[in-house]
Design a protein around this ligand. Structure first.
Ligand code: ATP
Ligand code: MG
Length: 395
């Protein structure tokens, strides 16, 4: 593990360096959290967070003076967002927790870096780096833990979970991303012992964290530990080893196809394999209507026909989901979908009425029969579709 934040990439951004200088350099502002952790591992960095000793009003003032656009995104929590060419940078005043109840924390501003570090969840997430020199400030041995792929709570794991029950799921998410699944670890034992406390969490937060966990490159070892430790019991009791096996199979196919992880699709694989029970779980997790529709389509009734027929009936997303959950998409199928726009039946009820049908259920019925013929004929244009309608009506 490097001793300091390596240069290059986002670290060399001139505007970011100027922003940190405006906040007083390494004494006034430091990089923290995911950006430091991921840089040390040589991984790409998504967003850069800055911690600062200055109160948010002072941050606003300094940025304004320096002509840097600042948005007071969460003044009460101490967060100001600086808008830089590289993207938004969250600048958060050092804090410590004054009260916690497992779901919310009341925070106060602090002036001590170590206090700010102590309220973070895992040692690898509490690494700070001097923005000017890259020097690390590591109060809890996070660098060594990161090197050893050890996800370790700061302080007493049980007490930290009592402060915020979501940390159980965060533990498994970071385990999936950076750690070795270790059933003998005392932090794992704390998660197992405290799993029931997650019942108090909002379903939205649970679902959000679960999808993030499932979206990591390989969540399977973490998921197996979760099932073994009955971690799902209070939040998703339907998730068992069979679900994890389906996720594992899905991931194997994703890899074969060179696809990027899709946390939601993996959640669908983890859910009960039929539409109705899966939808009940989805409702309980308060998943959005859009996501619930995706689940219903992916697990719904069987559709006959080739990949285009599937896409016509279920939409392209639905067709791909359905295939991915069962087997790999063949190159030929991928070719059939590439640059293909799902067509619409070019004949309507009016055309059938013009041909002598009476408005009513018969029209809808005939349209459905016509649609089947039209799909089987390879989605021909209006003229041929009308000829198919004539054939159908002669019978
Ligand atoms: P990611 O790459 O997934 O965004 P991250 O480390 O940036 O990883 P975030 O969830 O964005 O994770 O949180 C940013 C930082 O805030 C964490 O690194 C951690 O220090 C702290 N943090 C976030 N959530 C919690 C929590 N529930 N309890 C304690 N500290 C937390
Ligand atoms: Mg982050």
């Amino acid at each position: 593990m490097p001793e300091a934040l390596p240069p290059g990439g986002w670290r060399d951004d001139a505007e970011l360096t100027r922003l940190c200088a405006v906040l007083g350099g390494g004494e006034g502002a430091r990089f923290v959290g995911g950006a430091v952790r991921d840089s040390l591992l040589g991984l790409p960095v998504k967003d850069v967070d800055v911690a600062t000793i200055h109160h948010p009003q002072e941050v606003m003032h300094r940025l304004k003076e320096a002509g840097i656009r600042a948005v007071p995104t969460g003044l009460a929590h101490g967060t100001v967002t600086a808008i830089l060419p590289m993207g938004p940078i969250e600048i958060t005043t050092l804090r410590h927790d004054v009260a916690t109840d497992g779901r919310h924390a009341t925070v106060a501003f602090a002036s001590d870096w170590q206090e700010d570090a102590a309220r973070r969840d895992f040692t690898m997430n509490a690494l700070y780096a001097d923005p000017m020199t890259g020097a690390l400030h590591d109060y809890f041995g996070g660098s060594a833990d990161l090197a050893a792929a050890r996800v370790r709570f700061i302080g007493d794991a049980r007490a930290r979970i009592d402060e915020d029950h979501l940390r159980i799921l965060r533990y498994f998410r970071f385990l999936a991303r950076f750690g070795h699944a270790d059933a003998a670890s005392s932090d794992y034992a704390a998660c197992v012992a405290k799993a029931a406390t997650m019942m108090a969490l909002s379903r939205e937060r649970v679902a959000d964290e679960l999808v993030k966990l499932l979206g990591t490159a390989d969540p399977v070892p973490a998921l197996r530990l979760m099932v073994e430790g009955h971690i799902f019991a209070p939040i998703l009791p339907e998730a068992g080893m069979d679900g994890v096996d389906r996720v594992a199979a899905l991931i194997a196919r994703e890899r074969e196809m060179g696809e990027t992880p899709d946390g939601l699709l993996r959640l669908i694989a983890l859910l009960p394999a039929e539409a109705e029970p899966a939808d009940k779980v989805a409702a309980r997790l308060k998943l959005s209507n859009k996501v619930r529709a995706r689940i219903a389509t992916a697990l719904g009734e069987k559709v006959e026909g080739d990949v285009r027929a599937l896409a016509y009936r279920l939409g392209v997303r639905g067709a791909l989901d359905r295939i991915a959950l069962g087997r790999a998409l063949t190159p030929a199928e991928a070719g059939l979908l590439a640059d293909w726009t799902v067509p619409r039946l070019p004949v309507g009820g009016g055309d059938l009425i013009a041909r002598g049908l009476t408005a009513g259920p018969e029209v809808a019925q005939t349209l459905r029969a016509l649609e089947d013929k039209w799909i089987a004929a390879g989605y021909p244009g209006r003229e041929d579709a009308l000829a198919l309608a004539d054939q159908l009506l002669e019978r």
